[in-house]
Design a protein around this ligand. Sequence first.
Ligand SMILES: [Zn+2]
Length: 462
Amino acid sequence: MSDLVSIFLHLLLFKMVAPVTFRHHRYDDLVRMLYKVHNECPHITRVYSIGRSVKGRHLYVLEFSDYPGIHEPLEPEVKYVGNMHGNEVLGRELLLQLSEFLCEEFRNRNQRIVRLVEDTRIHIMPSMNPDGYEVAAAAQERDISGYLVGRNNANGVDLNRNFPDLNTYIYYNEKNGGPNHHLPLPDNWKSQVEPETQAVIQWIRSFNFVLSANLHGGAVVANYPYDKSLEHRVRGFRRTANTPTPDDKLFQKLAKVYSYAHGWMHQGWNCGDYFPEGITNGASWYSLSKGMQDFNYLHTNCFEITLELSCDKFPLQGELQREWLGNREALIQFLEQVHQGIKGMVRDENYNNLADAVISVSGINHDVTSGAHGDYFRLLLPGTYTVTATAPGFDPETVSVTVGPAEPKLVNFQLKRSTPQAAPKRRIPNSGHRGRVLPKKVQPRAARKKETMMKQPQRGPA
Ligand SMILES: [Zn+2]
């Protein structure tokens, strides 16, 4: 084939796949766009569905990776979720733009994007609430846009108040001792949540996500956990009170990365509100129970923040391009944040990978675990840390590690099997609440089981 013909074919192909334009995308249109990006970049993308909405619409995810569909050990998984509130639509459009951008820049050999896609597995869900979106979009067309029309799912449920409440457990455990991570779900959790929530919970349990953002609208601020105030319910009204996680400094940094890379979020004054540096602890803004952000942190290894991206929940089409330009760099920089702290493999003496090994950092009362492939990821700010790996039946291994500002530090663990008589000795000292009994209502069966099974490594100040 002559060069000329090849150039012509290339141009033709390029013309045929028109870019994602700056307009709102209804469900069918959104699905078309996801497959269009996939067809443009078939080798680095995959479209999959995590389940269906109440009305049967798919909850689609577009994945970017140099090996789509495969978890490569030591390559972190990161996700974006948009449009959880059906009437907050900017995130949905931004995630479509981002998908197109990643694909095109990869094809253009933009080294920053090539590196990101090769080193990261990125999952993008433009809409968690496709049913609500259709209601909101229809109302918008008829110009009857109430502030809350289309917010909830088709059963009228607010999906960001629909996750199991694990905060109650953690606030109890923080005070009295007990597991500080992977808090168990209630036995009957499936019957208590909506189909969209159930699909998302199963999704985030099946991938070892490390970092995530949930895109909303109605304000402009990067919101970090906890969302639920420690003093949530005081005789019916909600108390706002700064309620930090043990990873507060890290979460603040993650939120600031977004707000400062954003066109105007960091300025603080937006939509009539003022948030210093464009960030806020969720509970100090307003207390919210059963949200997705806190759930990610308390039930999985994933660190999630919530991004409020527009004053107007359903911005005019004419504003979408400006919004994309204001968010583009922030969306990329936030993904890059997954490459910090420490990561590594946890293995036994025979080099078998150990899943569910617990990685504890002295001074931070929140552990993470290794995934199914034996790899773990622990986001950390620069500094020197004492890190311990433990697994049932093995001796703990502790190392001191200094984390720099750029690349994540590789810290592998090779655990030795413990001798049987030594095992009970270690189990006792740090269980934290020996002799104390959790009240029945805050202690699900799985928690009791886990507690006795898991050796509790040394923790920071309680
Ligand atoms: Zn929202």
